[in-house]
Design a protein around this ligand. Sequence first.
Ligand code: PMP
Length: 503
Amino acid sequence: MTEPVAEDVRVAETTAHEGILRRQSARESAARTYARSLPIVPVRARGLTIEGADGRRYLDCLSGAGTLALGHNHPVVLEAIRRVLDSGAPLSVLDLATPVKDAFTTELFSTLPPGLADRARVQFCGPAGTDAVEAALKLVRLATGRTGMLAFTGAYHGMTAGSLAVSGGASDLRVARLPYPQDYRCPFGVGGPRGAELAARWTESLLDDPKSGVPLPAGMILEPVQGEGGVHPAPDDWLRRMRRITAERSIPLIADEVQTGVGRTGAFWGVGHSGVTPDVMVLSKAIGGSLPLAVVVYRDDLDVWRPGAHAGTFRGNQLAMAAGTATLAHVRENGLAARAADLGARMMSQLHCLAAEFPCIGDVRGRGLMIGVELVDPEGRDTGARFEADVDADTAADAGLPIPVGADGGTGVAGSTGRVRDPRPADPALAAAVQRECLHRGLIVELGGRHDSVVRLLPPLTISDEQAAAVVDRLADAVRAAWRQRETGELGRGGAGARPGAR
Ligand code: PMP
């Protein structure tokens, strides 16, 4: 028998890969998301790298939507899983006590913000982030005897009914929607500290005005950095203000750290940057070390549940707890949050340089290794013109306002926060083209944001300097290629919202 030549192997691999994709699109729900924009068939993975059934290799900056703090198949995670498998321990135990769960809880509690760590209760809920959000909403409603919730524009908390209600979409549950501060498309047209101040004042006035139509709510839920909403870090002062506002009115503050947790933003928990201690924390994704696990952690005085008040079959995933313990410990012991802060700042400064070169990059923002690059139509007009457009640069700086467009000599670059100028219309078609071009260059990126026009980078915290440089290079190349297509007319102009959201 003759050995198949390399070319034959490649053809066979490509055929298998195409067959799997064809069958997927014929058999799976129309609700599938990532599979549409990322037509790959992963068969092996390690760290940042995924290998497809077609033999191609990719740098994975989607990381299971931010789940893989240590990348794919990290040795400490595999070792922890193998240890449980080899021990003969039961794999599914409802909410019974086990040594594996005991170790997970001890490790988790050791990472919690001061003020919560020593008075924490944990509820192991269903395994998805949205399950933990539902549990948290239910808990604060019962604890306060109130029903309504405060949530923020652009929020994303999951896909079950309660989570959807507090997310940015329409809902018939009673949720008062508050403005989340954002610089580039500031709803007040000013951005910066002033925009955050106005957002906070709106929240306060809504709560204190007896005719605002918003009764005292059961809780406020927020993300320390909005992820799916387009990578908007909450300013630290604003977050402290939200803590003060809620504490003064006895409103439990729920931090949704599903995506921001476990070092992702440069602090172990996203709230760590501001020093805020929430009353309730909703945790999932990275805490399961790549396997499904979600919990709600809250202060003991909120523990008003009766036995069985919130139950579920899959609360005892031992493999996920072991993988999660290994992940939490590895991030803590190796200072990976600080590493994410340093490397993320470096990557963002390189991306700011790219933005100076390409007018189609409207904004670069993020915190740690949670980075967003917003693609815009530089020639389009946006309705979000800034109020202070005729204020000069010095006046704006004195007032803590962003530097007006053109007032800085026309570069549009305003200090370390990057470019501040009139926002341009979001360009989801261009963002989708950038994502496609990234994939051609062996780089997997996520799209997000209100209009799906934000290219998102969520690499593992273990990414090396060389890999980070390769990611930025490939992204730069992809932006160049997509922009060329736009300039030569190859790429149609897609209106905002042209692409269904993928979460
Ligand atoms: N909250 C946040 C902040 C999230 O980013 C997500 C998922 N992207 C969720 C909740 C929901 O998690 P899951 O998809 O596991 O239900």
